[in-house]
Design a protein around this ligand. Structure first.
Ligand code: UD1
Ligand code: MG
Length: 454
């Protein structure tokens, strides 16, 4: 059956205290909204519609970058969740799209695909409208799910409109709702705003469906899944929750973490088995680490790929486009950007390697710098297999050093070096025998003369 997603993301998020739309604040290196988009993608959605409002242009840019097939519609004024869903109507064949729709929130990143699958099961068991609920530790201002004697969902009452008896219930609405797309839009036509908030409540569709003798059901999930983000404090808590889960899952998947609580993952980090990660390693987005890699303490990795058996760090920085081949070594205070470090090559100390290709088995001496930027453009450096770059070499790109070639330490290399050649570009050393002793003696004599005069 075709499946559509409607992701509500029009709210301003006043409590974030931010110029940025709430759903674009980052969690584990990706905007909140991207987490929800990933959930939809994991369900093999046929169509996903994001309802934007505040900062719609920025939301559109983010969606285009992360999920180009997703449509963004704009809800002109935030009149309530029912009005927000209605804004998606034109994007869903004017409400006549085949199959089901699931409504998600762009600020609720932890809903699991498995939970949505449970809701789909309830749909196939005959419920027209299925709502995701949870037992709230502090039900506060959540909508309450009212069940009938048989345990079927009867209606949803918003906290502001609830009686004291209803407020005493702890089974709450997560906001996630699944229904046939056509029925959803039909029911929405009859939602009004005669309630304590003067808003159009999406939650009203449950009572409207029941009035038409359609069965409704509530599926329960753990509260941690429905955690929404409304403030920076909640964002920080969500980050902690994400990191804790990512650490547990890394450990469960055969990764050694010597100090798990100090390692930070991104939403898309992929780590192979038998990888050893020391303390204080931080992953930005887009990192894949193959099995058997060692990441020593205090490394920062982002947008890079590390192949089997490589040893990285301590204190290494792998920036976007770093491709580290099998068994290569990247040592302390080394920065690699947009560069391929070949098999078993070594860049062990204090180097910057950018826009470069380093051949297999090459040895890059301490303090080597690829001077890749001329102030306007970036230029490539190519180092052949087995080359030996002397310490403190500056490679002024574009430049190449041939296979098996060598540069003298301290050289500034501005011209290509042929295979097997030695390139030296520094002032030849001149030893002046006895110079220092004679020089010091002369200075002392001058000092004595000045003293005697005064
Ligand atoms: C909503 C539910 C409540 C549920 C709670 C869970 C309704 C009427 N109430 O309440 O039952 O317990 O979520 O968190 O649905 N949004 C728009 N456009 C709007 C209004 C909201 O896009 O006009 C978006 C918001 O950005 C947010 C989501 O919809 O992502 C929920 O809106 P919010 O105002 O937070 O609803 P609650 O009052 O929390
Ligand atoms: Mg809310």
């Amino acid at each position: 059956m075709p499946l559509s997603f409607i992701i509500l993301a029009a709210g301003q998020g006043t409590r974030m205290g931010s110029e940025r739309p709430k759903v674009l604040h980052p969690l584990a290196g990706a905007p909140l909204l991207v987490h929800t988009l990933k959930t939809a993608a994991a369900m093999a959605a046929d169509k996903t519609v994001v309802v934007a409002g505040h900062g719609a242009d920025l939301v559109r840019q983010t969606v285009a970058a992360h999920a180009p097939d997703t449509e963004v519609v704009v809800q002109a004024r935030q009149l309530g969740t029912a009005d927000a869903v209605k804004a998606a109507r034109p994007a869903l064949a004017n409400g006549s799209a085949a199959g089901d729709s699931i409504v998600l929130y762009g600020d609720t990143p932890f809903i699991r695909p498995e939970t949505l699958a449970k809701m789909q099961t309830e749909r196939s068991n005959g419920a027209a409208v299925v709502v995701l609920g949870f037992r709230a530790r502090d039900p506060g201002r959540y909508g309450r799910l009212i069940l009938d004697q048989g345990g079927a969902l009867q209606k949803i009452v918003e906290a502001k409109d609830a009686t004291p008896q209803q407020l005493a219930l702890d089974f709450c609405n997560s906001g996630v709702i699944c229904a046939p797309t056509a029925l959803l839009f039909e029911l929405l036509q009859n939602v009004d705003n005669k309630n304590a908030s003067g808003e159009y409540y999406l939650t009203d569709i449950v009572a409207l469906a029941r009035a038409r003798n359609l069965a409704c059901a509530a599926v329960a999930c753990d509260e941690s899944e429905t955690q929404g983000i409304n403030s920076r404090a909640e964002l920080a808590r969500a980050e902690a929750v994400f990191q804790d889960r990512a650490r547990q899952s890394a450990l469960a998947n055969g990764v050694t973490l010597s100090a798990p609580e100090t390692v930070f993952f991104a939403h898309d980090t992929v780590i192979g088995r038998d990888v050893e990660i020391g303390p204080n390693v931080v992953f930005g987005p887009g990192v894949t680490v193959e099995s058997g890699v060692t990441l020593r303490p205090f490394c920062h990795l982002e947008g890079c790929h590390v192949s089997q058996g490589a040893i990285i760090g301590p204190f290494a920085r792998l920036r976007p486009g770093a491709e580290i081949a099998d068994n290569a070594h990247i040592g302390n205070f080394v920065e690699i950007k947009n560069a391929l470090v070949g098999q078993a090559a070594k860049v062990n100390h204090l180097s910057y390697v950018g826009d470069a290709t380093i051949g297999a088995g090459a040895n890059i001496g301490a303090g080597t710098i690829t001077c890749n930027y001329d102030g306007v453009m970036k230029h490539p450096t190519v180092i052949g297999a087995g080359a030996f770059i002397g310490s403190n070499t500056a490679l002024v790109a574009p430049v190449s050093v041939g296979a098996g070639a060598m540069t003298g330490s301290g050289s500034v290399i501005t011209r290509d070096v042929p295979d097997d050649a030695l390139a030296l570009s520094r002032v030849a050393q001149d030893n002046k025998e006895g110079f220092v002793a004679r020089y010091m003696a002369r200075l002392r004599t001058i000092r004595e003369r000045r003293k005697n005069k005064s």
